[in-house]
Ligand binder design. Structure first.
Ligand SMILES: [Zn+2]
Length: 250
């Protein structure tokens, strides 16, 4: 999916070292929700979720390098102590999260989150796609390893001329990571800041933006944590769908 290579291998969407680290590597259920109103659970065994869309070269090459770079940063967040994330650690975390959102994209109801060109540039030079932001938040009483996606555009409209927002929220034990990316029907500079409105919530105290980095260093964790599965779900659903005002108040 990144280079067009044909020698496909089963990439672990959730790296095994991370599942082991949070004690989620045994057989069990992984909860996944694809889009509002469409809950779906994936039954997973020891191997976690494996997605056969990545070629062996990518998996053993740049993706493995990114994993190696991200591992100490992620471990420092899971250690339980307060820690500071410098700008370069924030970027690695952002890149790792975006890689996760790209690898998980085929499981979404409505793909089209990232373009082939964005995946290619990410592979070649770890260039992060434009109009994409990443946050981390601490989860208290974490439900384990979860992934929840939502689409910030009208389900009914198939028109290509609307702004589309895509949210991917992944959680691994105490660490939640959220990727928000926008697809725009018009050309704008990559540096133009695109935003969606949020539902009320303690997001300033819980969510720490790591990409683009706003501050260096940032302190982990935030003042407040997300409270278990319901807190995580509220975090995942904090963005108000664009051009869908009926559900915006719900
Ligand atoms: Zn490849």
């Amino acid at each position: 999916m990144f280079c067009g290579g044909g020698d496909l291998t089963k990439e672990d969407a959730w790296p095994l070292w991370l599942l082991r680290r949070i004690g989620a590597d045994g057989p069990g259920e992984m909860h996944s929700v694809r889009g509002p109103g469409l809950p779906q659970k994936w039954r997973v065994g020891k191997a976690g979720i494996r997605i056969g869309t990545v070629c062996r070269q990518c998996n053993n090459g740049w993706m493995s390098n990114l994993e190696t770079a991200a591992k100490p940063v992620i471990e420092s967040l899971l250690d339980g102590a307060n820690t500071n994330l410098a700008c370069d650690s924030q970027r690695i975390l952002g890149a790792w999260a975006i890689k996760g959102a790209m690898v998980l994209e085929p499981l979404r109801l409505k793909p089209g989150v990232f373009t082939a060109q964005e995946r290619a540039q990410f592979r070649q030079s770890l260039l992060l796609p434009p109009h994409t932001k990443v946050w981390v938040a601490k989860v208290v009483d974490s439900p384990g390893a979860t992934c929840e996606t939502s689409d910030l555009f009208s389900k009914t409209s198939s028109s290509a001329d609307q702004v589309r927002g895509y949210v991917t929220t992944m959680a691994f034990g105490e660490l939640a990571i959220q990727v928000l990316t926008f697809r725009l029907p018009f050309a704008v500079s990559p540096s133009t800041d695109i935003n969606a409105d949020m539902r009320p919530g303690p997001w300033d105290s819980t969510a720490i933006q790591v990409w683009p980095s706003l501050q260096s260093p940032v302190t982990w964790p935030g003042k407040m944590g997300l409270n278990g599965e319901s807190g995580l779900h509220a975090f995942s659903q904090r963005w108000i769908p664009l051009s869908d005002p009926e559900t915006a108040t719900g």
